[in-house]
Design a protein around this ligand. Structure first.
Ligand code: CP
Length: 306
């Protein structure tokens, strides 16, 4: 398997390819020594171009690259000549001469496609605007697959800002590759899932139900909460209490229901649930390194051998 540009979830291919990436991520997670320094001595480098803040994705790609023996050139908006008016396209053209792959985060939803149009090296979109975040989709799909023993027949409820959450959009696209999946959406008022994702679920045969948070089935496989993306809202006074998760509410769900969140969180999940074994968001974040290694291997190598 070879990945070229990954600007949207479908660039990772259909179910077979996604399962190959899960398999590779699992092999890396279980036997990190086997994959360590795979690129050492090749002179290959990646660039992380981050025009928006990040804790996990930027550092996770740095850690993944270091594990693989890849060089890293790190650039943020604060250190970039974009402050002098340089276009994204010109920055990408320049970095094409410096590295073998570019991991991009940007506030423009179309930034990944814009970059891919002018880039001779793979572009990996790591969260662009209100669109998608494919590496996070793979990471959370992988975590769910591991924790639940597969994705067919699963039920997942999404709460919060479903309109602007790029991680939700990519995970829904990944889940749409699997069979008999039920999705529940419980958005904050005015922040519902964009029509294109509802249309995709209908086309792919997923069941989609929009409901109040209190009507989410108590035996659901996972509840996936998101913060309200204030940075994309004009109205800063959105009431987020409606989907607040605390221990009392979590205890109304099954002992098997996982509580997920892409992080960073704001007030939507009380810290009093962090020690509950169902609250897996920090554990899931650790899978960010092997899944990012898998993406880098698939983008920078030819064939992948497990
Ligand atoms: N989940 C995620 O994308 O986190 P960061 O914004 O910290 O990278």
């Amino acid at each position: 398997m070879k990945l070229k540009h990954v600007t949207k979830m479908e660039d990772m291919g259909t179910r077979d390819n996604i399962e190959s990436l899960f398999e590779l991520s699992k092999a890396i997670k279980e036997n990190p020594d086997k994959f360590r320094n795979l690129f050492t001595g090749t002179g290959k480098r990646i660039s992380t171009l981050f025009y928006e803040p990040s804790t996990r994705t930027r550092s996770g790609f740095h850690a993944a690259a270091h594990e693989l023996g890849l060089g890293v050139i790190d650039e943020t908006a604060e250190s970039s000549s974009c402050l002098k008016g340089e276009s994204l396209e010109d920055t990408i053209r320049t970095f094409n001469g410096y590295c073998d792959g570019i991991v991009l985060r940007h506030e423009d939803t179309r930034a990944g496609e814009r970059a891919a149009k002018v880039s001779s090296v793979p572009i990996i979109s790591a969260g662009c605007g209100k669109g998608e975040h494919p590496p996070q989709g793979l990471l959370e799909g992988f975590a769910l697959h591991q924790l639940k023993g597969g994705l067919d027949g699963r039920g997942i409820a999404f709460e919060g800002d479903l309109k602007n959450s790029r991680t939700v959009h990519s995970l829904i696209k990944l889940l749409a590759e699997f069979k008999d999946v039920s999705i529940y959406g419980s958005p904050v008022a005015g922040l519902g899932l964009p029509k294109q994702y509802i249309n995709l679920m209908n086309k792919k045969g997923l069941r989609y139900n929009e409901c109040e948070a209190r009507d989410i089935p108590k035996d659901i496989d996972a509840i996936y909460m998101t913060r309200v993306k204030q940075e994309y809202l004009k109205n800063k006074s959105i009431d987020t209490q409606r989907y607040f998760m605390d221990k009392k509410r979590l205890d109304t769900f099954s002992k098997e229901t996982l509580l997920m969140h892409p992080l960073p969180r704001n007030a939507e999940i009380s810290p009093n649930v962090d020690s509950d074994p169902r609250a897996v968001y920090f554990k899931v974040a650790q899978d960010g390194i092997p899944t990012k290694q898998a993406i880098l291997m698939a983008a920078l190598q030819g064939e992948i051998n497990l």
